[in-house]
Design a protein around this ligand. Structure first.
Ligand code: PLP
Length: 368
């Protein structure tokens, strides 16, 4: 059986790691894209100690409300239409305001004084150059929102926080702190700041401001290039597994699978595993890729290389490292403790975020 096992207690543990790192900040836990593929319903109960959650679409925000999340919900790209702005008010969603049309919707339709929508995340473009007002527009937007009765959180997003040596980081921090200082001095001392995603939390402890916005770190992946998840004390929140469905020996000089990508140098014991790109295991994977096989009869585990082309429904692994009598239904860990999803992502030329988000609906999903 293909199985995605979610471990809510790992998420709570990772949240506590974040709270230790950013002890003086509130935490907006990012649960966009179905909680990075973990399933928002499974994840929300593990995030009770967060101060709020962040999502990318109004649909995601409304789903979280439906699931009973009654604290802050931050909509990180804001409303896409005036109608969405109204719906955000109806469900007490706090929105990002990153361009003039959103500013206008907010000024045209002001929520009641006790509404959570009175809090807006005003987005300042400090160098990412995707969303946000530039240096000229940000002051005027802040002034108009403040005068209309909104409470402001100045927000920006790092482009390179995973690499602490990248020169844009210091530039973004400086631009952000200058504008925040000016807003606090000229408009209101109550204006808050929010700068750091997971990587920023780890790499820039001096610049956490009022709200941090952890995402991938909550799910147990390393957000920075020079430290592993293990070194950061994180626990992977997902186990992705399948099972051996056939065992065979491929004779020397014979090739396996589509494109005959892998040819046996010697007689090789192989196993078919019931997982493929139709489940979300990456088709593009290097020869370094491996899985962990756990023999169901004695719980012993073996590291086995993935060989040949990943297909929609199956992969082939080299079980030379395991005993000949390994059980037919042995469990195969695609990612979890070992290999970590960060390793699989590296072998697939991508990042853990993508592998986690693009799991398909086919695998069985359980929680422990
Ligand atoms: C997704 C997102 C985050 C979280 O990013 P991670 O790298 O997963 O920590 C933080 N802030 C914003 C605005 C985001 O869109």
């Amino acid at each position: 059986m293909r199985t995605i096992t979610i471990k809510p207690q790992a998420i709570t543990h990772n949240l506590n790691q974040v709270k230790k790192m950013a002890a003086n900040s509130k935490v907006l836990a990012m649960v966009k894209s179905n909680a990075y593929g973990h399933g928002v319903a499974a994840v929300l109960p593990a995030l009770q100690q967060a101060d709020g959650i962040g999502v990318a679409t109004l649909t995601e925000a409304l789903e979280a409300r439906q699931l009973g999340w009654d604290k802050t919900i931050g909509l990180i790209e804001g409303a896409f239409t005036a109608d969405e702005w109204q719906q955000a008010i109806n469900s007490d969603i706090s929105c990002v305001i990153h361009h003039a049309p959103q500013l206008q919707w907010a000024l045209d339709n002001i929520p009641l004084a006790n509404s959570a929508t009175r809090v807006v995340w005003l987005k300042y473009n400090t160098g990412m150059n995707r969303l946000g007002f530039n240096a000229e527009g940000i002051m005027a937007a802040a002034k108009r929102l403040h005068e209309a009765g909104y409470q402001l959180i100045l927000a920006t997003h790092f482009a390179n926080a995973d690499d602490s040596t990248h020169p844009l980081n210091a530039m973004q921090i400086q631009r952000f702190s200058e504008v925040l200082d000016t807003l606090q001095a000229t408009i209101s001392a109550d204006i808050k700041g929010s700068l750091c995603n997971s990587a920023g939390i780890v790499n820039f402890p001096e610049h956490h401001y009022d709200w941090v916005r952890p995402g991938i770190i909550l799910y147990g992946s390393a957000p920075v290039i020079d430290k592993s998840a293990h070194e950061l004390g994180l626990q992977p929140a997902m186990d992705f597994s399948a099972q051996i469905i056939a065992l065979q020996t491929v004779q020397a000089d014979n090739a396996i699978g589509y494109g005959s990508r892998w040819t046996a140098q010697k007689d090789t014991r192989t196993a078919l595993v019931s997982v493929g790109y139709g489940d979300g295991y990456p088709r593009v994977i290097s020869d370094e890729a491996y899985v962990t096989v756990i023999d169901t009869t004695n719980d012993k585990s073996y590291r086995c290389a993935v060989i040949g082309r990943v297909a929609m429904d199956m992969i082939v692994i080299d079980v030379s490292t395991a005993p000949e009598d390994i059980a037919l239904d042995s469990k195969v860990i695609l990612w979890g403790d070992a290999p970590h999803v960060d390793e699989v992502a590296a072998h697939a030329g991508t990042i853990s975020y993508e592998l986690l988000c693009r799991l398909s609906i086919r695998p069985n999903r359980i929680q422990v």
